[in-house]
Ligand binder design. Structure first.
Ligand SMILES: *Cc1c(COP(=O)(O)O)cnc(C)c1O
Length: 218
């Protein structure tokens, strides 16, 4: 089933990049494995997937031992990071997509390990959403660029849920504008149901869970 799902997602990506006049290599598929056991990561790796997204530091800490031998696999943190977990996160992940405050950036930098980071941007007023507000970006970008161990590559966002990708598209467009304004090359946006619109708006990283692995276990 996973093999078929990967093929279906690949078809969708191919079609989306073609429509957008982009190349397949412009878009990285981040396979979101939160709530699935380590063997699912191994299975996906055997089928050719290389970049994985996890939401929870503790959960990934418990799976890490079973996947750390996968040569060439890359793990991104895509869930909110509390600064008291930043040390562990810095050790476990090759990229943290959810930096959203100078405090967190400095904590990560203090870990001493070179790490790629993206800034999670909050583009709506939803109270529960993590992320830096667009007006906080200039100061946060300055702070991160001043951190010797952090390499800032892009922006990430998670728009309010809507099953119509056309409702979500303006958020993708806005994130792309912000990235352009700050000369940041990477854009992590788009999930199972709306990644075509995200690719159309310039996504370089799409984060796909359900379309690959099915419904997440409770
Ligand atoms: C769970 C999650 C995804 C994947 O969502 P699907 O709808 O299952 O593809 C993407 N991004 C983030 C931040 C997530 O938490």
């Amino acid at each position: 089933m996973l093999r078929e799902n990967i093929a279906r997602v690949e078809d969708r990506i191919e079609n989306a990049v073609r429509r957008a006049g982009r190349g397949r290599s412009d878009v990285t598929l981040v396979a979101v494995t939160k709530k699935f056991p380590a063997r699912v990561i191994r299975e996906a790796f055997d089928l050719g997937l290389r970049v994985f997204g996890e939401n929870y530091v503790q959960e990934f800490e418990s799976k890490h031992g079973e996947v750390k031998d996968l040569a060439g696999a890359e793990f991104h943190l895509i869930g909110h990071l509390q600064s008291n977990k930043s040390r562990v996160a810095g050790d476990l992940f090759s990229a943290i997509e959810t930096v959203d405050s100078p405090k967190l950036a400095k904590r990560l930098d203090g870990g001493g390990k070179a790490i790629e980071v993206m800034i999670e941007v909050k583009l709506s007023e939803e109270e529960t959403k993590a992320g830096a507000a667009p007006e906080e970006l200039p100061a946060l970008i300055d702070c991160i660029r001043g951190c010797a161990n952090l390499r800032l590559t892009g922006l990430m966002t998670m728009p309010p849920w809507n099953d119509d990708p056309e409702v979500t598209r303006p958020y993708f467009r806005r994130l792309a504008e912000l990235a352009r304004a700050h000369s940041l090359p990477k854009l992590s946006m788009g999930m199972s149901h709306d990644f075509e619109a995200a690719i159309d708006e310039g996504a370089t990283h799409i984060r796909v869970g359900t379309a690959l692995f099915g419904r997440r276990p409770k």
